[in-house]
Design a protein around this ligand. Structure first.
Ligand SMILES: Cc1cc2nc3c(=O)[nH]c(=O)nc-3n(C[C@H](O)[C@H](O)[C@H](O)COP(=O)(O)O)c2cc1C
Length: 352
């Protein structure tokens, strides 16, 4: 109970319920505002945004709510191998994708410019606009950035998938740590060891981190209702972060079909795959995931998205649902299409 009160006063919120930020365009200003207005912490995933667009989103959130909210970025937002991909290597990659593109009557995309990181410029926007909370995944920002956040009164939250990552985040002095269990939807944000070697479930990870660390732990992965909240708190978590269940709400940035898929038969099966972006993440299982697993070498992040975005646009235009990645976690099968406020009330019921 104490740790819940502490995190509430630390983050300036009424309930220790964080709406998981969604990168890749699935966050929405409406969802952030709805959650923050109901006493939780709304979160916006902005790793893909140009700095100016991020500033505009923050401005829009401020117009929609005067409550605290969280801006989320990826510290490591470009695989090194994507920064100097040779023409020859790209041609080889095209050969692998050719059969899938031919089958769909699609042209292969031209080689994109070498990927560059946006993180440092995005952080400048965060420091200038001062959201109440800055959360991050895939690493730990430089000491200078964390110090600047402290000076500006911005609370910081990092994400750990292992105890070693938890120790590293605590040593860096972050204000809270998300325990990201492998049940969760979206990318696996591991940063010390490869994601495949860092697959702790939420139950074990939350317990390990609360036992060994002093920093408040926020349990994430597989929590979608009051029972899940109660379980996380019983394990010592100071709060919870809920993603997939908020993705299914009216206010999220997901398409109607995506929301419907989450709590349909499709939501019963999920896969951890690098197929869609080049980094490992959890999506609802579909035919394309299987094909890519069986036949293709996966390119680094974000180069893989060059091919997958072209396929996705084609799939959306031609209604080929089997070619669309619906991101979601293992708990998808109990999610409901409802308002964010309803979901918040269900989650709040799990707090004593
Ligand atoms: C579509 C999708 C995108 C996500 N993108 C991010 C992201 O950019 N940054 C982040 O910290 N977490 C991201 N997450 C993780 C969520 O914020 C949250 O921690 C996670 O979904 C909790 O597990 P659950 O899906 O089982 O509720 C994403 C999750 C989903 C489903």
């Amino acid at each position: 109970m104490d740790s819940q009160h502490n995190i509430n006063s630390l983050l300036g919120i009424r309930y220790p319920i964080l709406q998981g930020p969604f990168g890749g365009g699935l966050s929405s200003v409406k969802l952030v505002a709805a959650v923050s207005e109901t006493g939780g912490l709304g979160g916006y995933g902005g790793y893909q945004l140009e700095p100016q667009a991020l500033a505009e989103i923050i401005n829009d959130i401020r117009k929609a709510t005067d409550k605290p909210f969280n801006i989320n970025l990826w510290v490591n937002d470009t695989d090194a191998a994507s920064t100097n991909y040779t023409d020859e290597a790209y041609l080889q990659l095209c050969k692998l994708f050719e059969p899938i593109f031919n089958e769909q009557g699609l042209e292969l995309p031209p080689k994109p410019a070498n990927a560059t990181s946006k993180f440092e410029q995005q952080v400048e926007i965060v420091l200038r606009t001062r959201p109440a909370v800055f959360s991050f995944v895939f690493g730990i920002p430089d000491t200078a950035i964390l110090q600047d956040c402290r000076k500006q009164g911005i609370k910081t939250i990092g994400a750990a998938t292992t105890l070693d990552e938890g120790f590293a985040l605590e040593e860096a002095g972050v204000d809270a740590i998300v325990a990201s269990g492998f049940e969760a939807g979206g990318h696996r944000p591991s940063f010390l060891q490869p994601a495949l070697e860092s697959l702790h479930g939420t139950f074990a990870l939350t317990r390990i981190l609360t036992q060994h660390l002093n920093t408040p732990i926020i349990a994430a992965g597989g929590i979608a209702d009051a029972k899940g909240v109660r379980a996380a708190i019983a394990l010592g978590a100071a709060g919870v972060q809920v993603g997939t269940a908020f993705l299914a709400t009216e206010e999220s940035g997901a398409t109607d079909k995506h929301k419907e898929a989450l709590n349909s038969d499709k939501g019963r099966y999920t896969s951890l795959t690098k197929a869609y972006t080049g980094r490992m993440g959890r999506v609802l299982t579909n035919g394309l995931t299987q094909t890519i697993h069986q036949h293709l070498h996966v390119a680094p992040f974000p180069l893989q998205t060059t091919f997958m975005t072209a396929l996705r646009q084609h799939a959306l235009a031609t209604n080929r649902e089997d070619l669309i990645a619906y991101w979601g976690g293992q708990i998808a099968a109990i999610t409901k299409r409802q308002t964010a406020e309803n979901l918040m009330q269900e989650l709040i019921a799990g707090l004593d």
